[in-house]
Design a protein around this ligand. Structure first.
Ligand code: PLP
Length: 426
């Protein structure tokens, strides 16, 4: 697939925008019967021209020797590489402003494979909270079974809470990673990525390597936040959400430098957590409309948030566009984020009973977990996505029984407001 012409990011002196490059970057139609769109390379394995080719491809894939100048990795087997995934990964790296990207079978596959690649028995992972329920389970229930200890800090605690957690973790063992979810799901709490990198820089991790800074960018996607430009080493994303964007696939991605991705690539090959070719193809289709979808959803979300903020049955609205000037997250929001996104939570007045009554009355919003699709969804984090977290810890993290998470889609925002108004009125 490697042909310079199809990998150009410049038009003369002009750097082409990601949304322009999504229409064809990395794909040579003349290698595929001149088909405008890439085919789905629905194959498990690839034919070698010669046995020597096979030997050389494996040497490179298994890291048995260094890459020669201009040598491209040869296609071997779809657990190792596949043309659809290679094109998709090139395009995701463009959005994430990264050197490279790897795609996975789910967001959790991306997160777990990344952490397996860097954690070692006896090491510590410092993480923000709340994090997505599945990530929380991995950090607090699964990794400790392998001798990896999590040290959490609340996103709302600001830089001092993160500093304290790093200090505490240093006493406990080598720090393998600083894992941040910012904005946090479902509270939209923010963590300062640049500060995390400053804290990680002088700390020796396992094997003398400093801890890697990993950011889960699922809630904002690359349109509203580019963590690598802010100091992160690796950015993990559930592609199931905004990138897929149509609630019809499950996938994940991890971007970073080629060197930082190397151990993750090896781990993915052996765990078999890669994305499949058809899903990869669907994701390339989705990337063509990513900016349009996310921009429309963000505009709708602002209207919805404005309506909720003025409603007497609503206790609070955790929408980042409304952060008061004196809020500690305001400075981070302004320096780190390019928009407020379209997933946010709010609290109804009352508790679980009132929240459930509201959810059951919605008609245009569908009562479902997940986010980032073209359609609007509403869910109850305390009893659904974050129900694994003990009740007292939920409260400490701001996940109250009255909290409802909305993912605003691209419907007419006035229809969404009418739906919320009807459900809140009773
Ligand atoms: C912030 C965040 N990270 C990770 C995940 C996991 O992604 P997936 O469901 O694709 O495994 C989710 C899923 O909801 C999420 O919201």
């Amino acid at each position: 697939m490697a042909n310079q012409k199809w990998h150009r990011k410049l038009l003369g002196n002009r750097t082409l925008s990601p949304e322009t490059l999504m229409m064809g970057y990395g794909y040579d139609p003349f290698l595929s019967e001149r088909s405008l769109k890439p085919p789905v390379f629905q194959t498990s394995t690839f034919v070698f021209r010669t046995a020597q080719d096979g030997k050389e491809f494996f040497e490179l894939a298994y890291g048995l020797r260094q890459k020669r100048p201009n040598e491209e990795p040869g296609l071997i087997y779809s657990r190792i590489n596949n043309p659809d995934l290679e094109m998709l990964e090139d395009r995701l790296a463009i959005w994430d402003e990264a050197e490279a990207n790897l795609t996975f079978a789910s967001g959790m596959a991306a997160i777990s494979t990344t952490l397996w690649a860097y954690a070692r028995p006896g090491s510590v992972i410092v993480h923000s909270g709340p994090v997505y329920g599945g990530t929380d389970f991995l950090l607090t229930k699964i990794l400790p079974q392998f001798g990896v200890t999590p040290v959490g800090f609340p996103a709302e605690g600001g830089a001092s809470a993160m500093e304290e957690a790093v200090g505490k973790a240093r006493e406990m063992g080598p720090i393998a990673a600083l894992y941040l979810e910012t904005p946090a799901n479902p509270t939209n709490g923010l963590v300062d990525i640049g500060r995390a990198r400053q804290l990680a820089d002088p700390v020796p991790g396992p094997g003398g390597r400093r801890p890697v800074v990993i950011v889960d960018n699922t809630m904002f996607g690359p349109l509203y936040q580019t963590p690598i430009a802010l100091g992160a080493d690796l950015v993990v994303t559930s592609l199931t959400k905004y990138i897929g964007g149509h609630s019809d696939l499950i996938a994940g991605g991890c971007s970073g430098t080629t060197a930082a991705l190397d151990p993750i690539r090896g781990m993915r090959t052996i765990l078999g957590t890669m994305c499949d070719p058809h899903t990869g193809w669907l994701l390339m289709r989705s990337l063509e409309t990513l900016k349009l979808r996310m921009t429309a959803a963000a505009e709708g979300a602002r209207k919805v948030a404005e309506f909720l903020a003025g409603h007497p049955a609503v206790a609070s609205v955790l929408y980042l566009g409304f952060l008061p000037n004196d809020h500690p997250d305001r400075k981070i929001f302004e320096s780190q984020c390019k928009g407020a996104g379209s997933t946010f939570s709010f609290e109804v007045k009352g508790g679980e009973k009132e929240a459930f009554a509201f959810l059951d009355r919605l008609e245009v919003f569908k009562l479902a977990v997940s986010l980032g699709g073209t359609e609007s969804l509403a869910s109850h984090p305390a009893s659904m996505t974050h129900s694994d977290i003990p009740a007292d810890e939920q409260l400490r993290l701001g996940i109250t029984p009255a909290l409802i998470r909305l993912s605003v889609g691209i419907e007419n925002p006035d229809d969404l407001v009418a739906d919320l108004d009807k459900a809140l009125r009773h």
